[in-house]
Design a protein around this ligand. Structure first.
Ligand code: PXP
Length: 242
């Protein structure tokens, strides 16, 4: 199975919104990610619009040459926007105003009734639907029950676990969940908290088709770009290069 990398561009929008500037532009970032080999772009239009804005989704859809995966909650306003977004994929996520980032997986058991309506509606709108869930068998069974073709396994607990036995245990949970998901007909993506150090074992999991990664890429690029950024500013100021 060929593994794909989808890049989440929310974090660039977070930086832009910190100054309410027009830059850094998450769409320009997304296009650079595509040039570097991203197989798709993911963004999360949150109800509080803390990072991605409605206009970003429109521009992403128009300018991407890969595909757009839109994360959305089950909130009515967000679902309505998702349905008309033209995104090729939707990932249904839980959303709390107070959280810094998506904290836990979606509770598919609790949300069964709303998912039974949302999954067919999003599918009819032309997108492949995945549900962002913790690696728990009951959640996977509920995902099948509501008709989702994909789940995205929440890798946050794995990423946050201390390297060693604790992380191994979380990796085994992910592996078991991926196996269970496949055995009941679900296709499997994964993501959250993955970085250069912890991504390898998740990338190697049997049956995982796509990883969604955002923060670690921005954190890496800040450092890999710093020397050129300082040199370019010296040049812009008319100073000699160091
Ligand atoms: N998958 C989902 C559903 C997410 O909400 C996020 C975070 O925006 C990610 C993947 C990517 O996580 P990270 O930014 O930690 O790589």
């Amino acid at each position: 199975m060929t593994l794909r990398l989808h890049v989440n561009v929310d974090h660039v929008a977070t930086l832009r919104q910190a100054r309410r500037e027009a830059f850094p532009d998450p769409i320009a970032w997304a296009l650079a990610c595509e040039r570097a080999g991203a197989d798709g772009i993911t963004c999360h239009l949150r109800k509080d619009r803390r990072h991605i804005q409605d206009a970003d989704v429109v521009r992403l859809r128009a300018e991407l040459s890969t595909l757009l995966n839109l994360e959305c909650s089950l909130d009515e306003e967000m679902l309505t926007l998702a349905l008309t977004s033209g995104a090729e994929a939707f990932c249904v996520v839980p959303e709390k105003r107070s959280e810094v980032t998506t904290e836990g997986g979606l509770d598919c058991l609790q949300e069964r009734a709303r998912l039974r309506e949302a999954v067919p509606a999003l599918t009819e709108a032309g997108g492949v639907v995945s549900l962002f869930v913790d690696p728990e068998p009951a959640q996977l069974d509920a995902a099948v029950e509501v008709g989702a073709p994909f789940i995205e396994l929440h890798t946050g607990a794995y990423a946050n676990a201390a390297p060693g036995p604790a992380r191994e245990q979380e990796l085994e949970r992910l592996a078991r969940a991926a196996r269970h998901a496949r055995s009941i007909g679900l296709r499997v993506n994964a993501g959250h908290g993955l970085d250069y150090e912890n991504v390898g074992p998740v990338a190697a999991l049997e049956g995982v088709e796509e990883l969604n990664i955002g923060f670690a890429l921005v954190a890496r690029a800040v450092f890999s770009g710093v020397e050129a950024a300082v040199r370019d500013m010296r040049a812009a100021m008319g100073l000699a290069s160091a």
